[in-house]
Write a protein that binds this ligand. Sequence first.
Ligand SMILES: [Zn+2]
Length: 75
Amino acid sequence: MIDGCYWHGCPLHGNIPRTNTDYWAPKIARNCERDTDTDRRLEEVGWLVVRIWEHEDPEEAAQRIQCAVLERRPT
Ligand SMILES: [Zn+2]
């Protein structure tokens, strides 16, 4: 999954807006909670969740996915 830095609370770029903070802060916090819950549910049924931040280098992200796939492949 690709997570938008803003909406998913990226530690580098996920700044809470200074206006309407009372509205945005809980909204973004809920998104993060939902992400964790989604990961848990998917993992329970055997999926491997690879989360990639919007700011990550696409080549590196692709490599991370490739490694994850290769690691899980039966030998
Ligand atoms: Zn970011």
